[in-house]
Design a protein around this ligand. Structure first.
Ligand code: ATP
Ligand code: MG
Ligand code: MG
Length: 368
């Protein structure tokens, strides 16, 4: 047994798992945490669990993060049970440590947590077909809908100002000012693109401050591989990976999904003629999300869905550009000018969405 495995066994003993451990393997294709699947033999048969070592270089507030997950998953569990659903499969369920806490802190200062394994369902890394994208829309919409009466203000902001676009704009301006690598002169066009659209950085924050957009529980990592799809029905049954659950705006989750899911090209495509917002995908996601939300979105939230997509894309583009100017210190890069290529795809998308705004609004109107 490897030293690592021995350590894990020590960790495993500190959780209230029933029965005898018979298997323990690295699991899944997550990039952030270290994930393991555990199998226990009990009198009622085999039981599987997920064990995760949380990434401490990314999550600096693990206790608050777990408090958010406890709050949201226990809320979901109650709702699912009240609706006659299968609460062991339709939400994550935390297995507590033996000391009653929702995590275990080991001697190396690593935080560990465990969940029931969601049986009979799979996670897909790549959107293979339109149905996958639609299913993820329904799932994240449903998540939003079930948590629409959750007191979002009680959640911790575990990553401060995550989608505060105005503060991201300030960070961007500071990066231009610093011009650490001396690149600013050569990307004037891109810098201007940001500055000409400052209103985009403020519109959502202002509506929120005026209480025209409600504070919601947001997921903030709405990728296809953060939902589980039932192996028999092909339908999304559960939203997982709740590390970035925070208070925010419903349009943020929607917008970010459109940003990366409805683009016709990769985020770092160099040939910008290939980059646009696919309206068929936009429509599919809008339909699924609105259906999933099941009437819980306000009129203003529905009105702002297309703008949300634009703002999330604009914000992401300016973060790529700021990182390029700073010398690629935040986003991992794999080639020269990678962050610049990424910012250009985002700005191309924003420009395309500007042209398509009325068509996008018409689509929202069709499903509201
Ligand atoms: P990401 O790179 O998406 O941020 P991550 O490192 O945060 O991933 P998770 O998404 O939490 O990790 O989990 C990694 C994988 O483990 C998931 O994609 C899924 O395949 C599997 N998984 C996680 N939780 C469960 C569960 N409760 N039941 C079954 N499989 C699970
Ligand atoms: Mg994940
Ligand atoms: Mg994750």
């Amino acid at each position: 047994m490897s030293g690592e495995e021995l350590i894990r066994r020590g960790v495993i003993e500190n959780f209230a798992f029933p029965g005898k451990l018979v298997e323990e393997i690295p699991y899944g294709s997550g990039h952030i945490n270290d994930t393991f699947r555990l199998v226990f033999e009990t009198e009622q048969g085999r039981r599987r669990y997920i064990l995760q070592r949380m990434n401490k270089s990314i999550f600096h507030k693990p206790v608050e993060l777990m408090e958010n997950i406890v709050g949201v998953t226990s809320w979901l569990r109650k709702k699912i049970l009240a609706n006659g659903g299968d609460a062991d499969r339709e939400t994550l369920n935390i297995i507590h440590a033996r000391d009653g806490r929702p995590y275990y802190l080991d001697r190396a200062d690593d935080y560990w947590r465990a969940y029931l394994f969601i049986e009979g369902a799979s996670c897909y890394d790549k959107v293979e077909n339109k149905e996958d994208f639609y299913q993820s829309a329904v799932a994240f919409g449903h998540f939003q809908g079930m948590l629409s009466d959750y007191p979002a203000e009680t959640l911790h902001e575990t990553i401060v100002n995550f989608h505060n676009t105005a503060s991201r704009l300030e960070d961007f301006k500071a990066a231009v000012e610093r011009d650490t690598c001396g690149y600013a002169g050569s990307v004037q066009r891109e810098i201007r693109f940001v500055l000409e659209r400052e209103n985009l950085a403020h519109v959502l924050g202002e509506l929120q401050a005026e209480k025209k957009l409600p504070l919601r529980v947001t997921h903030n990592d709405t990728k296809l591989n953060n939902i589980m799809i039932d192996d028999k029905t092909g339908r999304a049954i559960c939203v997982i990976d709740l590390d970035t659950v925070m208070p925010g705006l419903a349009v943020n989750d929607f917008g970010d999904s459109i940003r990366f899911g409805a683009s016709t090209a990769d985020e770092d495509e160099k040939d910008l003629s290939k980059v646009s917002c696919d309206m068929e995908l936009f429509e599919l996601y809008t339909k699924g999300f609105v259906e999933g939300c099941a009437g819980s979105l306000t009129d203003k939230e529905l009105d702002m869905l297309p703008i949300g997509a634009m703002v999330m894309t604009y914000e992401c583009g300016m973060r790529f550009l700021a990182d390029y100017l700073d010398g690629d210190i935040y986003f991992k890069t794999h080639r020269e000018g990678h962050n610049l290529d990424r910012c250009r795809t985002q700005f191309k998308l924003v420009a395309d969405m500007e042209k398509k705004l009325s068509a996008m609004n018409a689509i929202v109107d069709k499903y509201r």
